[in-house]
Design a protein around this ligand. Structure first.
Ligand SMILES: [Zn+2]
Length: 392
């Protein structure tokens, strides 16, 4: 029995699983995987102050190597429903395109992978090793009750992953454009600069924090952080808000705040960025407070056996050699990279998170064909060390 990628993607889209809701999406997957021989574990995690989240770990086989496909069934909200020309949760095919929230990011890729597995099993029987799926319902949200906790659960059980493909949409324009072999890190800083409130006519009796705030922000934005590295674009720093909230025109405020987000490459660590920031602010002087939140460090799966295997599979199936890239936002690969080499390859990302999200039906079947070649090669290239690339 083989599974049709398009029909499964439609069934998944029909579950309106906007983070943190599951709405039956993981049940649809379980119903597809169990008859194929997968042992399914539903993992529900919650943490005080956050909504509980459903996750799924499914494994076929007990031996190594364990080749894992990772992804998420949760989707971002559809946004303005009036802006959609087709119901975002109907799974409608129109003009050879499958429409719906999650079609691209990334229910389509999950369906493509499951269909690929079903065809491999029908052709060759069980693999000499294991195939697993790590599917979370908490990727588009805060991501604390999802992949990270499933990985901890796996580690506690003594289960290991040997290589992983994440099915995020990676292709800018056409299937076969791009494989992601790493990601930049993301760090958000909240800066508060303190002074002393006073009358604008008597500034000598006050201490205006705003000129210092402006100089501090100038200090961190006037020069590029770096020129880029071998596999990464230059790091970027974007000011996202500057807040004083002072409605009075004759009062010097006591404090001013700013927030900025840094996307950093492998030339930096959160610690090196923090010391650069503090050094820049200390040089301006005065009292300030800096809160830093790092949601992911930069990482790179150095070009090697796994990246080559996936690139060759893409080339075999599409005739196009994909570019290795580390562009874009973060993904759950940032957690997986601590466990095994990980690369990302999925659909064309053009409509992700947008109104009228859709994928070409031919891209869905094309992606499924690529995943099938990947599976074929992973299990033809035993033993495990053959697919475990360096993970720098
Ligand atoms: Zn995604």
């Amino acid at each position: 029995m083989t599974i049709d990628a398009v029909a499964l993607a439609q069934d998944l889209i029909r579950c309106p699983s906007v983070t943190p809701r599951d709405d039956g999406a993981l049940g649809v997957l379980e119903a597809a995987l169990t008859p194929l021989g997968f042992v399914c574990h539903r993992l529900r995690f919650e943490q005080e102050g956050t909504a509980p989240v459903e996750n799924l770990y499914a494994r076929l086989g007990t031996e190594g190597p364990n080749f894992c496909f990772a992804g998420h069934t949760d989707v971002v909200p559809p946004g303005e429903l009036k802006g959609w020309s087709i119901d975002p949760f109907a799974g409608t095919i129109h003009n050879d395109r499958l429409y719906g929230r999650g079609a691209v990011d990334m229910k389509g890729a999950i369906a493509a992978f499951v269909a690929a597995v079903s065809r491999r099993l029908a052709a060759d029987g069980p693999p000499a090793g294991s195939i697993s799926l790590l599917i979370t319902g908490d990727e588009e949200g805060v991501a604390i009750n999802g992949t990270k906790k499933v990985l901890d659960w796996l580690a506690a059980r003594g289960e290991t992953l040997d290589a992983c493909v994440v099915g995020e949409p990676t292709n800018p324009k056409a299937l076969g454009d791009m494989i992601k072999i790493g990601r930049r890190g993301s760090l958000t800083g909240h800066l508060t600069v303190f002074g002393a409130q006073g009358h604008t006519a008597y500034p000598h009796l006050a201490d205006n924090p705003l000129p210092r705030l402006v100089r501090m922000l100038a200090a961190i934005t006037e020069k590029p952080m770096d020129e880029g590295t071998a596999h990464f674009q230059p790091s970027t720093l974007a000011l996202t808000t500057i807040d004083v909230g002072n409605p009075a025109t004759n009062v010097i405020p006591a404090q001013g705040k700013a927030t900025f987000n840094i996307r950093f490459n492998d030339a930096h660590t959160p610690a090196s960025i923090e010391s650069w920031l503090r050094g820049s602010f200390d040089a301006v002087g005065g009292a300030y407070e800096l809160d830093i939140h790092c949601s992911g460090e930069s990482f790179l799966t150095a070009p090697g056996p796994l990246t080559e295997l996936v690139a060759e599979a893409v080339e075999t199936a599409t005739g196009r050699r994909p570019e290795y890239s580390t562009t874009g936002g973060t993904s759950d690969a940032r957690f997986i990279k601590n466990f095994c080499p990980v690369v990302e390859f999925g659909l064309v990302g053009q409509t992700m998170h947008k109104l009228d999200e859709h994928t070409l039906v031919s891209d869905l079947t094309g992606l499924s064909a690529i995943y099938e070649v990947i599976l074929q090669r992973v299990f033809a290239r035993l033993p495990a060390p053959a697919i475990a690339g360096s993970n720098g």
